[in-house]
Every structure is written in structure tokens, then in C-alpha cells.
Design a protein around this ligand. Structure first.
Ligand code: HEC
Ligand code: HEC
Ligand code: HEC
Length: 442
């Protein structure tokens, strides 16, 4: 490959790092049950569409289901998701099942143009034929057709050329549906299939390589699901690491988190909220159990470095008793203590604990800064919005105060995580400026 080709491929590949510009709303299930597919197949297709979280990207908040138009940030500019309702002119009504399978698993649209890997086809490549068929039946006959033209990307020529994506696919797209791994039980294989395939968990949780490709697509790669930074959030380490990963979570803890967005260890926020709102809460107990079993089988990436976390409130108690001497303790006492407690244990699962929470212990503090500046408030379980969202402090706390309080929290209760700098807070504050965020919704 020539240097120019390589450069073009890398530029196009930058688009693989696309992330949602907005937290999408919950899609309501539309149905105009067509005569040509039986009810059971349509129901299975609708369920698989939830497992694949198609609505998170193809439905905009308050928009018609699957009509597209959601802006996604890429390093080269904004792109917009497309209309995947069965409207023949503006949607995918003209797609045959083979066209649909090719879009889903190979990232090629009906007219032959390559899709940006912001559409997670590198994961959907693993989806089996019978599941593709049920999804196709659902999108053709279970989804209301909506006439809504697709929106051009904001990427300017020549960066908007799509042919370099063909090179990217040659380099990084692994063809072939999921094959059951011998020696593993049915639940493990079902979990692996859902996590690696429709669930596309790795598209956020696996770190990206030089081509913005996911560094591993299954548990045979050491980087698989070890955590990654995306658009100002750190998608947690999902391996068995005992401090920053899921090592201290039971299978039941994990199932509770995926169903309800919170458990005794942590609660969901940022990009994970839309996954829980649109996808995992709808999965049946067998599938949630399978996902939990599979994730719990992943060994600690790189081994467990530090000793396992052990709760110790003594030193923190002293700081909180004399907050005058400690800037972080002062902010914590004034703004955080009444919900998260002097003991750092919160009132889980309602108020997240900060002591021992893997998100607090993680090396990368982006999520903590983001949550403190911008709060949470969009988790919706069974139609009911979270009763106690985390308030936003961007208007009340300076960059230095946020850095101080998070450094205090990260050191507190024996958490042992590094300090947070005011410059990092300033960066995230600018990046998540509400004015900037809102532009994409017009
Ligand atoms: C993380 C976001 C994301 C998710 C999740 C997602 N898509 Fe997409 N999809 C996109 C984007 C972005 C495009 C347009 C890409 C482009 O224009 O190059 C797209 C394009 C498509 C297309 C091509 C349509 C066309 O002709 O323009 C199809 C078909 C499609 N998606 C189906 C699905 C299905 C089915 C699911 C769920 C199983 C799904 N998508 C989930 C982001 C997503
Ligand atoms: C759109 C990006 C995205 C996708 C896709 C995604 N996640 Fe997440 N996930 C995140 C982010 C960001 C966090 C950190 C915030 C939090 O803890 O909720 C997270 C956190 C989690 C946590 C909590 C870990 C902890 O230590 O607190 C679990 C468990 C989890 N994800 C499981 C999954 C599974 C299973 C899938 C696939 C079915 C998945 N995620 C798909 C972004 C994503
Ligand atoms: C009104 C109660 C309340 C106050 C005050 C509050 N929080 Fe929270 N906080 C919450 C709730 C509830 C969550 C879980 C929210 C969710 O995930 O939807 C949370 C989550 C968090 C998280 C993410 C942990 C996780 O895994 O979910 C961090 C970090 C955090 N808060 C820090 C702070 C800091 C720092 C302050 C003070 C500046 C503060 N909170 C003040 C209620 C509060």
C-alpha cells in the first residue's frame, strides 16, 4: 500500500472513533405487523433490535422510531445516522434480505457505498443468519415507514470520500459469524455471542488502535473490554480486575446493573445510560445471565496489580472532621456529603457509593469529572425516570474545586487513585459546553 493510500485509510478510519453526540431517548416500539412475516418472527426481530441497541443511534429523542438523523461526533466532523424504516424512498424499504445482511455485517449500503464504522458493523459481522433474517422481517414489517430524508455529513471533501473505507475493511474487518467455542457451556457461548455481536460492547469498552480499530474483538485478545475513553467518558474495564474492573462484582450484581442501571458497587451514567435505556433492560433473564456469566469469565487483563480494595474510613474521617485544612474535604462537606455520606458508601443502589467504586478507582478520571460537572438524569427504567439523579455542578464549582473534591474522593476511604488536575477539568468543561452539545439537535 502506498503512503498516500495509507494516509487516506487512516483518515477514513478516524471515523471509526465516532461517538454519540447526544444521549438518545428511549424508543417506543412501533408496529404495523405486516402479513408476510409471522408474529413470532417479528417479536424475535424486535427483541434482537433491542439487543443490538439499534434505537440508540437510529432514533433521535422525540423523533419517529428508526427514522435516523442522530448526530455522531467523529474526529473529521459530524455524521448523521440514516433512516432504517421501510420507507421505499428515504429508508430501507428497497433493501432485500441480502442487502440488509451486507449493510449489517459488511458495512456496505444497497447502492454499494461503504458505511462509516460508526455503524458498528465490525461487531454485527458476528450475527448469525437466522437472527439477521428475523431482524430483516422486523424492520420490513414491524416498523412504521417514515418519510424522512437522510442528512449529509458535515465532513468536507476530500475527507468525505468513502473508498478508503474499503482499505480499512481489508485491514480491520473480521468476516465470519460467531462460532460456538468448544468446551464452553451454552450460557457462556450465548453471552459471548451477544457481547461480541449484537451488543457491540467492545465498540465502547475496548481500546482503539492506530486505525481507530478495536484492538481485540473477543477474549483471545488481551485488550478486549479493558476500558476506553470516548467523547469525555471512560467506558469501564469489564474484565475481572479486582479494583477497576468487575472482579468484586457477583454475577447477580452484574445482572442487576444491566437491568436497572445500579447496584451496590456503582451506577450507570454517560454513554452507558442509553445502553441500559434502549437495550439491556429489555433482555430476558436468560440472556442477561448469559452476558453476566461470559463477562465474569474474563480474567483480569494484565493480572491484578495492586492488592484488592479494602474499605478503610479512618484517614478520611479525620479530614472530614477538620475540613478547614483540606480544600477537597471542604467542597465534599458542602456539596456531596449529604448524598454520598461521610462514610463514602452512599445509599446504594439509589445514591452511588464512592468508596471502592471501580469508576472512582479507574486510572482515567474523565467519567468522574464529567459526572460532577454535568450530572446524570436520563436513566429510564420501565418507563420511569431515575428518582435521584446526580445534580450538575458546572455552575457552582470552579475547575479547581472540582479537581480538589475529586482528588479527595479518589484518595478517600482507601480508594488509592491518583489526584485530578484543574486543567483536565477545564478541558472537559469546554468539551461538554451545553451550547456546543445542542448544535447537533437542530
Ligand atoms: C452506534 C450507532 C449505531 C448503532 C447502534 C446502529 N447503527 Fe446502523 N448506522 C449508524 C450510522 C452512523 C449509519 C450511517 C453510516 C454512514 O452514513 O456511513 C448507519 C447505517 C445503517 C444502515 C444503512 C442504511 C442506509 O442505506 O443508509 C443500516 C441498514 C443500519 N444502519 C441498520 C442498523 C441496525 C439493524 C442496527 C441494530 C442492529 C443498527 N443499525 C445499529 C449507526 C448505528
Ligand atoms: C455507547 C458506549 C457503550 C456501549 C455500547 C456499552 N457501554 Fe458499558 N459503559 C459505557 C460507559 C461510558 C461506562 C462508564 C459509566 C458507567 O459506569 O455507567 C460503562 C459502564 C459499564 C458497566 C459498569 C462498570 C463499572 O465498573 O461501573 C458495565 C457492567 C457495562 N458498562 C457493561 C456493558 C455491556 C455488557 C455492554 C454491551 C451489551 C456495554 N456495556 C456496552 C459505555 C458503553
Ligand atoms: C442529591 C444527591 C447527590 C449529591 C448532592 C451528589 N451526588 Fe453524586 N451521585 C448521586 C447519584 C444519585 C448518583 C448515581 C447517579 C446515576 O448514575 O444516575 C451519583 C453518582 C456520582 C458519581 C458516579 C459514581 C457512579 O458509579 O455512579 C460520582 C463520581 C459522584 N456522584 C460524585 C459526586 C460529587 C463529587 C459530589 C459533590 C460535588 C456529588 N456527587 C454530589 C447523588 C448525588
Amino acid at each position: 500500500m502506498s503512503a498516500r493510500l495509507a494516509a487516506a485509510a487512516t483518515a477514513a478510519a478516524a471515523l471509526a472513533a465516532a461517538t454519540l453526540a447526544l444521549a438518545p431517548g428511549t424508543a417506543s416500539a412501533a408496529s404495523n405487523a405486516g402479513a408476510s412475516a409471522d408474529a413470532a418472527t417479528l417479536q424475535r426481530g424486535a427483541y434482537l433490535a433491542q439487543a443490538g441497541d439499534c434505537a440508540a443511534c437510529h432514533t433521535v429523542p422525540h423523533g419517529k422510531p428508526f427514522a435516523g438523523g442522530l448526530p455522531m461526533n467523529t474526529p473529521l466532523g459530524r455524521i448523521y445516522t440514516t433512516n432504517i424504516t421501510p420507507d421505499p424512498d428515504t429508508g430501507i424499504g428497497g433493501y432485500s434480505e441480502a442487502d440488509f445482511a451486507r449493510a449489517l455485517r459488511e458495512g456496505v449500503a444497497k447502492d454499494g457505498h461503504n458505511l462509516y464504522p460508526a455503524m458498528p458493523y465490525p461487531s454485527y459481522a458476528k450475527v448469525r443468519d437466522d437472527d439477521v433474517a428475523a431482524l430483516y422481517a422486523y424492520f420490513m414489517h414491524g416498523v412504521e415507514p417514515v418519510r424522512q430524508a437522510n442528512r449529509e455529513s458535515d465532513i468536507k471533501w476530500p475527507m468525505n470520500m468513502r473508498w478508503p473505507l474499503k482499505i480499512w475493511n481489508v485491514l480491520f474487518l473480521k468476516a465470519g459469524v460467531y462460532e460456538d467455542k468448544p468446551g464452553k457451556d451454552a450460557a457462556w457461548n450465548r453471552g459471548a455471542y451477544l457481547v461480541q455481536g449484537l451488543g457491540h460492547c467492545g465498540s465502547c469498552h475496548t481500546p482503539r488502535g492506530i486505525g481507530f480499530n478495536e484492538q481485540a474483538s473477543d477474549e483471545s485478545g488481551s485488550a478486549f473490554l479493558t476500558g476506553a475513553l470516548l467523547d469525555g467518558w471512560f467506558a469501564s474495564n469489564l474484565t475481572g480486575e479486582h479494583n477497576t474492573g468487575l472482579g468484586r462484582w457477583s454475577q447477580a450484581d452484574l445482572a442487576q446493573f444491566l437491568k436497572t442501571g445500579a447496584n451496590q458497587h456503582a451506577s450507570a451514567f454517560g454513554a452507558m445510560t442509553s445502553v441500559i435505556n434502549n437495550s439491556t433492560q429489555a433482555l430476558n433473564d436468560a440472556d442477561i445471565g448469559a452476558i453476566a456469566a461470559y463477562l465474569k469469565s474474563l480474567p483480569a487483563a494484565g493480572g491484578n496489580g495492586a492488592a484488592a480494595y479494602a474499605y478503610d474510613p479512618k484517614a478520611t474521617k479525620v479530614s472530614l472532621a477538620r475540613p478547614a485544612n483540606d480544600a477537597g474535604a471542604r467542597v465534599y462537606t458542602a456539596y456531596c456529603l449529604h448524598c454520598h455520606g461521610a462514610d463514602g458508601r452512599g445509599f446504594a443502589p439509589f445514591f452511588a457509593p464512592l468508596a471502592g467504586n471501580p469508576n472512582v478507582l479507574a486510572k482515567e478520571p474523565a467519567s468522574l469529572i464529567n459526572v460532577t460537572l454535568n450530572g446524570t438524569g436520563d436513566l429510564v427504567i420501565q418507563g420511569i425516570p431515575a428518582a435521584y439523579p446526580m445534580p450538575a455542578y458546572r455552575g457552582q464549582l470552579s475547575d479547581q474545586q472540582v479537581a480538589d473534591v475529586l482528588s479527595f474522593v479518589r484518595a478517600g476511604w482507601n480508594n488509592g487513585a491518583g489526584a485530578v488536575g484543574a486543567a483536565d477539568v477545564a478541558k472537559l468543561r469546554a468539551m461538554t459546553e451545553p451550547v456546543q452539545q445542542a448544535q447537533g439537535t437542530q
